[in-house]
Design a protein around this ligand. Structure first.
Ligand code: COI
Length: 356
């Protein structure tokens, strides 16, 4: 099939850009966005970069009723030599299509979508912040736009990419976060949509999230939805535990998001010959390791969260203070290496970065 061209309409007036030290996560959006439509028999068409603006969408659009939508999250970094780079973006495009498949959304052309993202970031390149720890967060997403309130996969969609200059995701910045294990609610179940990046998984997490926030915890650690026994993920990040010299992360099982930072952490640990294993790990086992003094470190990984040390875990009335509530050695090394590659201080020997 012949590749589409991307129509570009630049904005007439540019918005004022925030100072790097004022950046929080995800509140400010750049001057432009990418939009593309899907309908039969045209398939994906009408690819355009246009000024960032509200969408015109009917209230009967199916996404509002049955949540047929998927999204991705990746970042553009300004490196030491001034270039702008994306971290393993082809993996986000692959995952977007896996989410599409689960949500019955037609696949996108991954190479074309990546080309569109690079062109959009290039047009808004002045929005990529300059300070280490900041970046331009890229949010591609697809929504069903067909006007129909019967339940079925839609016939019309929009693929949109918006950009947001961001600072740290957690208010703690790089300091260890406090996390509460959720015993009542579940995020998703095996066979459900947990592995897909779809809004419903995040909507399902809000109730528990609100409840733990009231008790001073930053996030919820989800257990499996069937036995409520095995550790899954935090929702905004995957988790790793260093137990007795070995790093353990929950094995992907259909209800855990397959994080790209998670994959990169595993690849780095393997490269350093640090023992790392993907397996089922129960919360009881973790607590026992803690009581025996074997739980040495815990951290989360994610695009938004980067590497986030976990200083405290609460499980019912049990409390685990990990590594005295301080950032552990492995967490720090993984953080320094991944961000070092992203910001260009360390050679990209894995070929993870793509220039725009
Ligand atoms: C990301 O890490 O990019 C995500 O999509 C998580 C989201 C909760 C911000």
């Amino acid at each position: 099939m012949e590749e589409q061209t991307i129509r570009v309409q630049r904005c007439e007036t540019k918005k004022e850009k925030p100072q790097d030290d004022q950046l929080v996560f995800g509140k400010i959006f750049t001057d432009h966005m990418f939009v593309m439509d899907y309908s039969e028999p045209l398939g994906w068409h009408n690819a355009s970069i246009v000024p960032y603006q509200p969408l015109q969408i009917e209230p009967s659009a199916m996404v509002f009723h049955y949540a047929q939508s998927v999204f991705e999250g990746l970042k553009a970094y300004r490196t030491d030599n001034g270039s702008i780079e994306l971290f393993r973006p082809e993996k986000n495009m692959e995952r977007l299509n896996r989410s599409n498949d689960r949500l019955c959304i037609p696949p996108i052309d991954e190479e074309f979508a990546l080309k569109a993202i690079k062109q959009l970031v290039s047009i808004d390149r002045d929005w990529v912040p300059h300070t280490e720890g900041t970046s331009l967060y890229i949010r591609p997403f697809i929504i069903s736009t067909e006007t129909y309130i019967g339940v079925s996969a839609a016939a019309h969609y929009k693929f949109i990419v918006i950009l947001s200059p961001v600072g740290a995701y957690y208010k703690e910045g790089l300091n260890p976060v406090k996390i509460a294990v959720e015993n009542d609610y579940v995020r998703t179940v095996k066979g459900g949509t947990g592995e897909a990046k779809t809004g419903g998984n995040y909507a399902a997490s809000l109730k528990a999230q609100e409840m733990v926030a009231k008790t001073g915890y930053t996030q919820v650690l989800w257990l499996d939805g069937v036995e409520k026994k095995y550790i899954e993920e935090v929702g905004s990040m995957n988790v790793f535990f260093k137990i007795n010299g070995e790093v353990v992360t929950p094995k992907l099982n259909g209800s855990i998001l397959s994080g790209i930072t998670r994959l990169s952490v595993i690849e780095l640990l393997n490269h350093w010959d640090v023992p790392v294993i993907e397996r089922r790990i129960s919360i009881e086992e973790l607590y026992e390791a803690y009581q025996n003094g074997q739980l040495e470190e815990a951290f989360g990984s994610g695009t938004a969260a980067v590497i986030s040390p976990i200083g405290e875990l609460k499980w019912g009335d049990k409390q685990m203070i990990i590594n005295d509530g301080k950032t552990g050695e492995i967490s720090k090394k993984v953080y320094d290496t991944i961000t070092g590659i992203q910001y260009g201080h360390i050679e990209d020997s894995f070929n993870w970065m793509q220039n725009i």
